[in-house]
Design a protein around this ligand. Structure first.
Ligand SMILES: *Cc1c(COP(=O)(O)O)cnc(C)c1O
Length: 391
């Protein structure tokens, strides 16, 4: 045994890991032996997967694969530097322009992930003496972003506009930022965006909208949650869309007024101090944007599957949340019970993730069913039948 094995640091770590085990909170990865799609292969076994955020089924689409290969041939694999040094290549620039025009906002800035985008934007816009007003169910990356900014954190109960209004009314903060998921990632419901914008206008606050689950899926041509809600144009909106979910690749972008984006380019540390993403990803994403814009057939199929699942489980023991999106959580409550049901489904060849705290609030462990346009009605019928049999 080395000295390290005797160290308190290691005994503490093993105790912490055991505590995760006894609380039903230990996570395990499964290695996939086939590309992302409705049929996953794990340990040589085929499963129908309801796990991915690949809502339009683009992650392994031939057009994207082709564009990525052609992109690698023309641009290589790496960008070689951060964007502000020499890592900003023509495909990145073209993609930013396409994203701005697609979302109808003046300018867009690419980030390597949505997590990085959120961590970059919030501290660039607010700091000490400012305040951030954040929905309690916001994504972890937004919560971390607030901490990093050192602005005062004011969390309001999920979608509670009256509570938010009270917090804004008494705030003496120099600058205010309202922060919200557009589609809540573990519940699938939509934020009250028009009302949030009205409050932002009234109290002179920024409104930052994280549309990780709406971009590509909601709104005409998949233009996202702002278009879906027909939100009026407002200079105070900062829109964040991710490119690893419906767009099928990876990355994220922030779209806003010219001056806001220019400031982010100057000050967002997660933009400045990181290597530009691979140009081949930008090439794949340019192809993806085309498919998103012309993807009404995919989206219609997705909404049919969503209705099929909801109708199929109506009146059963399984309680769905009132989600109008492709995220359809089945609330279980207890961590072990959620795991038990997820395992029983897995035995039947159906892979649905059990989501537990801290990802969701204590006592609300759930099966998070996510549907994609690549699923078939037969696959959704299998899931409905299996859940009924387990009820
Ligand atoms: C997935 C997600 C993110 C992070 O995006 P990545 O590109 O995966 O890093 C941010 N916000 C929300 C709401 C998400 O669901």
């Amino acid at each position: 045994m080395t000295a390290a094995n005797h160290s308190r640091l290691f005994t503490d770590l093993s105790a912490d890991l055991s505590a995760l085990d006894s609380a039903g909170l230990r996570r395990r990865r499964r290695t996939l032996e086939a590309p992302c799609g409705p049929l996953a292969v794990v340990g040589g076994r085929q499963l129908v997967s309801f796990c991915s955020n690949d809502y339009l089924g683009l992650a392994n689409d031939p057009a994207l694969v082709e564009a990525a290969c052609a992109g690698a041939k023309s641009w290589g694999v790496g960008s070689g530097a951060s964007h502000l040094v020499s890592g900003h290549l023509a495909p990145h620039q073209a993609l930013e322009q396409q994203l701005a025009s697609f979302t109808g906002l003046p300018r867009a800035l690419l980030f390597s992930t949505g997590y990085m985008a959120n961590l970059g934007v919030v501290p660039a816009l607010v700091g000490r003496g400012d305040a951030v007003f954040s929905d309690k169910l916001n994504h972890a990356s937004l919560i971390d972003a607030i901490q990093l900014s050192r602005a005062e954190s004011k969390r309001y109960p999920h979608a509670d506009l009256a509570a938010l209004e009270r917090l804004l009314a008494v705030s003496k903060a120099k600058r205010k930022l309202i922060l919200t998921d557009a589609v809540f990632s573990m519940d699938g419901d939509l934020a009250p965006l028009p009302e949030l914008l009205a409050l932002a206008e009234r109290f002179d606050a920024w409104l930052m909208v994280d549309d990780a689950h709406g971009f590509g899926v909601l709104g005409p041509q998949g233009r996202g949650s702002l278009a879906h809600c027909q939100l009026p144009h407002s200079q105070r909106i900062i829109y964040m869309g991710t490119l690893g979910k419906a767009a099928g690749a990876s990355g994220a972008f922030v779209a806003a007024q010219e001056a806001v984006v220019e400031w982010l380019l100057q000050r967002a540390r997660t933009y400045i101090f990181t290597t530009g993403s691979s140009p081949l990803i930008a090439c794949a994403l340019l192809a993806s944007l085309d498919l998103i814009e012309n993807g009404d057939t995919r989206r219609e199929h997705l909404w049919q599957l969503t209705a099929q699942l909801r109708d199929g489980l109506a009146g059963t023991r399984w309680q769905l949340l009132p989600s109008p999106t492709a995220i359809q959580p089945v609330i279980i409550g207890d961590n072990f019970e959620a795991l038990r049901i997820a395992n029983a489904l897995y035995e039947r060849g159906l892979w649905v993730p059990a989501i537990r705290p801290p990802t969701v609030p204590k006592g609300t462990a759930r099966l998070r069913v996510s549907l994609t346009a690549a699923h078939s009605t037969a696959q959704v019928a299998m899931l409905v039948d299996a859940l009924k049999a387990l009820a």
